[in-house]
Design a protein around this ligand. Sequence first.
Ligand code: LMR
Length: 397
Amino acid sequence: MFETLSRLNEDAILGVMAKYRADPSPLKIDLGVGVYRDAEGHTPVLECVRIAERRIVDAQVTKTYVAPAGREEFNAAVVDLVLGRDHLAVGDRRVIAVQTPGGCGALRVGAELLRAAAPDATIHVSDPTWANHLPLLGGAGLRLQRYPYYDAAAHRLSFDAMIERLQRAPAGDVVLLHACCHNPTGADLDDDQWHTIAELLSRRGLVPYLDLAYQGFGLDLDADAQGVRSIASRLPECLIATSFSKNLGLYRERVGALLVVGASEERAAAIRSHVLQIARSIYSMPPDHGAAIATEILTDPALRRNWVAELATMRERVRAMRRLLADSLRRQGGDDGYDYLAHQRGMFSLLGAPPAVVERLREEFHVYMTADGRMNLAGLTPSSVDPLAHAILRATR
Ligand code: LMR
């Protein structure tokens, strides 16, 4: 039977991770997969996670099933974190939240929900977008289209072109928006632009789907959720996929949630019943351990303070690496062509170089990034900044 299957290309992001691991060079620099690294190049277990984990292991008395929705205490804490305590939609009981296996699980469950509700809808994604959006959303049977988002030559948003394209999308279509720390460009919408988008979506009858995978990595936990909060208060319906892989460093535990805002309390209840059935039909129930850790941290005030401080340390380190790299490129290259790296947000920015340059960086300089030139700047350390700047200037000139 399986002779019908030919071998697939490797994953655009995970393939780079495997290549980096296989390179024995002590000089190698990993700007590939989107994980945070500290100044020694390690992806640490946060201290708040260690404390929470110890408590959970000591107190646990059973491993019996939880539920397709996961932990309700977790779901409630996530709604608070994402939408804020006093959000109108929460007060109106129009928000449902379901724990999922990571942000990917949330995105897929949301896509299956959209497919069930509106099988003919198209989902519009930014050009460029995270490589895994395409299989996650397309695999549920949704049609995908791209809207202009980023001007790679000028290193900034193509906001007018984005608006112009979305204005032509038919009512009932879905628009996927990166809530903060856009992956792969690092170029985010500002408050006015969020306002304009919310107004456009509302006027055109489009449904927003927000991917919030990096809350806390841009400005802070609240500021990074501003776009989501403003969309959720201006539109009757929206979907939000969130993840604790990055901001709690719980990557391998697979902790995320899907939030859906419905037009009324009854609609929200109906949506929830579908979401639970979808979860049951794909993975039955989400894994518990990571969500138990997240719940402990989100609901214990002292642990939560520790987390906010540790998150600030991670965020500031990435920002410092961005500034150091931009400075080094200006010093070594003699112009300000890479200054944009210092201003963009989150882990990623695009180098703006063709795949041949990316390949040369890997083969000659042991620098690893995805073929589109996406760099995870959290992979830099103070000692790898100057060698990286040197390699970039050599490979691009
Ligand atoms: C990334 O964008 O590199 C991360 O979100 C990891 C992944 O699963 O692709």
